[in-house]
Design a binder for this molecule. Sequence first.
Ligand SMILES: *[C@@H]1O[C@H](CO)[C@@H](O)[C@H](O)[C@H]1NC(C)=O
Ligand SMILES: *[C@@H]1O[C@H](CO)[C@@H](O)[C@H](O)[C@H]1NC(C)=O
Length: 766
Amino acid sequence: MGLPLLLLLLTSTLLSTCFPPGSMVNALYSFRGADLSIEPGDHVNRDTDVTLRCKAIITISDNEEVTYFYTVIKDSIDLYTKTTTIDEFEYTLPKVRVSNTGKYECKISINGTEETSKLTKLTVTGLSRPELRIDKTEVTEGEEVTVSCRAPGETGSIYFTFYDNSNEIIEKRATSNELQTKLRLSGSSNHSIYCTYTVSISPTSVNSEKSEMVKVTVKELPIKPVLTISPRDNVFEGDTLSILCTVDNQHSTERLQVELSQGARLLAREYATIQHSLKATAPALMFECGLNAGSVNKFMTGSVSVNELFLAPTLTVSPREVFQHDNMMLTCSSEKQAYQRLRNTELIYTLNSSDNALTMTGTGVFNLTAPMYDFNYTCAATAKGITKHSEILTVRPKVAVSRPFIKVHGNAVLGQLIQIHCWSDHGTLPINYTLLIDERKLVTITIRLPNQKAVFNISINKTEDINKYSCAAKNGMKETLTSSRLNAAVIVPLSHPSTLVVPESGEIYEGHLLTLFCKVNGTAPITFMWYRTGDRQPLNTTNSNQTFTTYEVPKVTSQHSGKYYCEAVNQARNIVRSEEVTIEVHMAKWKKALIVGTVLLLVSGVVLAIVVYIKSRRGRRGEATDLSVKPASPKSDDTFRVTLTHDTEVYNAPTVMAVRAEESVWSHRSPEADAVVDEESSMVTNNPDVEYTEVVHPQPVDPARVPLRKGTDTVYSELQNSPHGAADHHDYGSVEYAELNNSDQPEMYQFHPEVDSYQDLPEPVD
Ligand SMILES: *[C@@H]1O[C@H](CO)[C@@H](O)[C@H](O)[C@H]1NC(C)=O
Ligand SMILES: *[C@@H]1O[C@H](CO)[C@@H](O)[C@H](O)[C@H]1NC(C)=O
């Protein structure tokens, strides 16, 4: 063998090993789908032979062979499978039934390639008539009959239903096309029995026609229960009823069991006869006598209506409104229904009560004291062994109102709205609160909520009017309680303030003590504020328990010139403002005097020079000029009292001024003279009334000094210890200033503020 021949043989062996005949590669075919057809049609009558034809849609070359796997599917469930080499398969449904109705498809698989036909629905119509069989057509009461129903030739899932006189009595699913069951026919004697069946096909079901009707006769048992109640009429509560439950049994010698029941309550169970007696109760009684004979239950019912002997009592209270511990009366009474049977004395009343002091003052009349808290009372009436209870009567004792309190809420300000609160600590609501003025009723408020106070708004024009108010509280029929009189401090709003400057304007000199007074009328405490016009912030704020205040500048300078005013406010919250006062500070007198003295010294020097010159010319001697020096008067007291007088009231300011002597003292006859010096210093030498005294003291001034006094004129003394005096005027006592103003009391300063301006203001209240 040559090599080419060997190669050919090898190739053909390999090929036949790897690709067996009929495979896709070797086989030349094209598989495109599956087709299902139903013959003779998809709507057929029962008993038709139906063929399902399943065919592969395939093109295949001659001599080729493929294997087909067929699956017939009904309602998504595989019905049948077949493997064949033929491209067509027939599945036969012989003598179809309604249960063959469904949706069919066929699936073909070739070498793992699957194709499924489209769904095709087969509908089969026509059910066979059901056949009913009954073993007996005549039975006695309670006996059972056996019935069976058949669906001839039917397949699938079948339900059977039995009817008695057209009433459905049994429905059951069968495992085959026949169902057998037992029936117990009750009641009337004639029964017509028939049956039907239902074949269920997804998703619905098909009903058969009715079977033929079979008549069954039921014969009643010759036994029955008998119920006798006596008496039947004119029965009253408490009467004794006799009940007899027995069996009317002429034909049977059997001892049967009877039962007597009242409603759901079994009274007795006996053989043959029950004799029962009981007390009648209203309004009606129902009895049942029953017997049980094997499978048969028979009943007889009977009822009796019962009249009430007396009605359930009613409980009432009087008075309707009771307060804790008050006496009250509870009355329990019942209406009689049968006078012939019930005498008056036979009804006995009782009351539930925790009160030991309970007394009965008549038939069903109870006297007792009201409880502390809500109490539920019930009473009972009893006669002939029958007790009837009243409904619950809840007695809610009221709590008497306690003496009310009266109080001003917030501040009581004269002329403004004043809120008055009135309340009681105890008392059942609602409570009426009445505002009284001098026992006269003004207005009444009803309080209905707990912890609420009655609120009254008033306004008064006189402070003492506040004490005329009181309030009264009342709840229910109890007496009215009145509070004490209203006791409250009335705040008088502040009047327009008046001011005073000491010393008076125009006489203020550098280094002097300047005192500003501010005075108002109204209720203290008062907050005073001093302002200098143009400033935003007050110079000084003082809380005072008095109606005036002072503002002091110990050593004024020209810087202090300006306009000042004061403001005041109290709890009435009305801010009042004074007129402005103008302060003008003049140059100190000693400075002026120094200037004048210097001028005088110069003039005297010139004169002296002229005199010396003339004398030297004449050769004669003259006398020198003498200057008189006086010591400053000692001061007796370093404080002044200022008394501010207004009508009959005297305000004592404890400290107003501290004045001490300075080293140099300038005395004037009068302020008028001083003013002349200020304005016309050149005329000083021409005025012989002015006295100038200059004292030089290295030590503090003698405290025993008395103020300078010259007749009735005003005397000013100004002494200067040292130019570097300490800030506290008490200690350094640098300035002494006294204005005696013709007064005989040197240490009292009589101050008469503008009396007229106060007269229309309210009186201050302290
Ligand atoms: C009274 O009876 C009523 C019901 O009728 C009940 O709600 C209430 O709590 C009772 N009161 C007292 C004090 O027993
Ligand atoms: C005013 O008087 C009250 C009580 O009398 C006192 O507590 C208070 O300190 C006084 N206020 C002044 C500024 O004196």
